[in-house]
Write a protein that binds this ligand. Structure first.
Ligand code: NAD
Length: 306
């Protein structure tokens, strides 16, 4: 684990990332350009620490997180920078340039981009070999898997080092080749595309769909991955079904119209008290708690299985 790490951007992802590294023993500096974001991050950090305690995530003494808006102070003697600023290429490029002007050539910069190609981001860099994709899954302090994505120019020793670091805080690193969306989101969006098509065609209700996917797919896939699932089912069975079913699956290339209509009507989900479902007073907070409680319980159970 690096002794000192710096997280740039303390929005949705920053505090959970910082807390995970700190719990494993690193000295972490969480930087944001906005003082308000830092104030919110301090509160989020307390909540995240409670969750890490509840899942009994592996811990080592000596770790800490400090918060601030002074970039030079955040970067002093750092060994690893994790960039988690908003998903806009030009913004990320200017942040990278600003970072590179202040650090030594040996410092690794890991970007938490959800899908901007690492090679594209690295084009404008002085030392493109130091940039590598490190895609955390949200909530980052609960999902113990990280996609590691080298770009064309990433130095192989930085890939090895990042994999070692991820293992050192007891997460599972998944090494991938660069591809739009990376692996996790490609699989998720393939599922979501079919789900939205089934809803649009009125084949199933939202409640029915959620129950079917949660128990029929999610529950099973949380124990065996898709490759092992094929062995369990039998490759011949997969062939028998995929030979007629694959051609019937949705293959649309755009966002479904009914989703666009909801967005136009201001229905965005939890953040607008309504989206796919309607939420009354207090319902969103209750749902958020229910989800975190479920994730904590599931992670503890899954972690206890060898
Ligand atoms: P966010 O908008 O919640 O937070 C970004 C933070 O960056 C804000 O606090 C903002 O003030 C700060 N910021 C803006 N400009 C900055 C600058 N120049 N220097 C320092 N800080 C700056 O974003 P997020 O959801 O935490 O996402 C961050 C990155 O992680 C994105 O690339 C996103 O695609 C990726 N990601 C997000 C999720 C998710 O579910 N939210 C999951 C995986 C990956």
């Amino acid at each position: 684990l690096p002794t000192i790490a710096t997280v740039i951007g303390s929005g949705t992802m920053g505090p959970g990332i910082a807390a995970t590294l700190a719990r494993a023993g690193a000295t972490v500096r969480l930087y944001d350009i906005s003082a308000d974001a830092i104030t919110r991050a301090e509160a989020a950090y307390d909540m995240v620490r409670g969750v890490l305690e509840a899942v009994d995530s592996p811990s080592a003494p000596g770790g800490s997180v400090t918060f601030g808006t002074d970039l030079d102070a955040a970067l002093a003697d750092t060994e690893l920078i994790i960039e988690a600023v908003p998903e806009k290429l030009e913004l990320k490029r200017s942040v990278l340039a600003d970072l590179e002007a202040r650090i030594g050539d040996d410092v690794i910069i890991a970007t938490n981009t959800s899908g901007i190609p690492i090679s594209t981001m690295a084009e404008s860099m002085t030392v493109p070999a130091r940039l590598i994709g490190m895609h955390w899954s949200n909530p980052p302090h609960l999902i113990p898997m990280i996609e590691v994505i080298p770009g064309n120019a990433t130095a192989p020793e930085h890939v090895d080092r990042l994999i070692e670091i991820v293992k050192a805080f007891n997460y599972v690193p998944v090494l991938e080749k660069e591809i739009p969306g990376f692996v996790e989101n490609r699989v998720l969006y393939a599922i979501l595309r079919e789900c939205m098509a089934l809803l649009e065609e009125g084949i199933v209700t939202p409640e029915g769909l959620d129950a079917c996917v949660k128990w029929g797919i999610g529950y099973k896939l949380s124990v065996v991955g898709p490759t092992r699932l094929l062995d369990m089912a039998g490759l011949d069975i997969y062939q028998a079904v995929s030979s007629y079913l694959n051609k019937d699956l949705d293959n649309s290339t755009d966002t479904p119209e009914f989703i666009k209509d909801k967005i136009a009507a201001g229905q965005l989900g939890f953040k607008s008290n309504g989206g796919m479902y309607e939420y009354g007073e207090g319902d969103v907070d209750a749902k958020r708690k229910e989800i975190i409680t479920g994730l904590i319980a599931a992670r503890k159970t899954l972690a206890s299985i060898p």
